[in-house]
Design a protein around this ligand. Structure first.
Ligand SMILES: [Zn+2]
Length: 307
């Protein structure tokens, strides 16, 4: 898990959607390309919870606070008023979303769950789930590098309630139990240790980018080897832009050769992701020009103007 910075956006699919009361059924506006694209721009292709590569795993737009009901509190009607709220979304692999997290949203002892009537209190309800788009993840969680399974643990020195939340997050999402997650993390840690042994700071820096899978291993080793060398936000974003532009170039080629509806949808997500980054001041248009993606650049600019 890594910390992500959530952009403040009014996305077309979510504008003026907040329901006045709990709807009988929810419409999946969160699956639209602008929403998924904005989350790609925030995270890259990385599961917000377990850190796996989302190019290799199916993924969902996950509601951080469950919209319909709350497993931990059967009397609660769910955080339905946040169903169409961008700040309540994360990209997560389907295993984390559909098998582990589902509708769980535990609170720490003494926590008071917010309801529609007390919705302003969501910020103070003492959630037991770490929010990768709000909490200082790297200050709270670390990989135990001496553990043969590379398990996660709370960082020493954090408060008892932070420690309880980290432990509950790890337990609930099976971050130390799922073979799929452990194998990926262990592989990353072995590579990071190899790079650290060779004093390959540049390699650690590139792989410590938060938009890359299992990057915590590299980030942590880099922090112990050269603490002032952590990649800057701009460098991490540049890496993401390069990846995005490459994906757009491939998508454009596929669509030129007659892609299907799903390909078009994925291409639209990429254009939206680029538009969000552009609206945040990232040099996306220059990257698109250098890849000869002039038509896509116009589209990206057009979408960004509407944000
Ligand atoms: Zn996951």
């Amino acid at each position: 898990m890594r910390r992500f910075t959530r952009p403040v956006l009014v996305l077309p699919s979510l504008k003026d959607r907040e329901p006045a009361q709990k709807p009988k059924t929810f419409t999946g506006h969160w699956t639209n390309p602008d929403v998924r694209g904005a989350l790609l721009a925030m995270q890259g292709w990385v599961c917000a919870y377990c850190g796996v590569d989302l190019e290799q795993h199916a993924f969902d737009v996950e509601h951080f606070r469950p919209k319909g009901n709350v497993t931990d509190d059967p009397g609660h009607e769910g955080y339905w008023w946040l169903a169409y709220e961008f700040s309540n979304y994360l990209l997560s692999c389907t295993a984390c979303n559909q098998k582990q997290k589902i509708d769980k949203f535990p609170l720490l002892p003494g926590g008071v769950r917010a309801t529609a009537a007390t919705r302003d209190q969501v910020k103070t309800e003492l959630r037991a789930l770490i929010d990768p788009a709000a909490d200082p993840v790297e200050d709270l969680i670390e990989i135990d590098t001496s553990d043969k399974l590379a398990r996660l643990r709370p960082k020493p020195g954090i408060t008892p309630s932070q420690e309880a939340a980290v432990k509950e997050t790890i337990r609930m999402l099976r971050l130390n139990r799922s073979l799929r997650i452990l194998r990926g993390r262990l592989r990353a840690l072995e590579r990071a240790v190899g790079a650290a042994d060779n004093n390959a700071v540049d390699r650690l820096r590139i792989r410590a980018c938060r938009h890359r899978s299992h990057s915590l291993a590299y980030y942590q080793l880099l922090a112990s080897l050269a603490p002032d060398q952590a990649p800057e936000t701009a460098a991490e974003r540049d890496w993401l832009i390069k990846k995005l532009v490459r994906a757009l170039a491939q998508a454009a080629k596929i669509l030129d050769n007659g892609g299907d509806e799903n390909d078009e949808r994925q291409c639209a997500e990429l254009v939206w992701a680029a538009a969000v980054l552009l609206s945040l001041g990232a040099p996306v248009d220059a990257a698109l020009s250098s890849a000869n993606l002039e038509a896509e650049k116009l589209l990206v600019q057009d979408f960004a103007a509407g944000l």
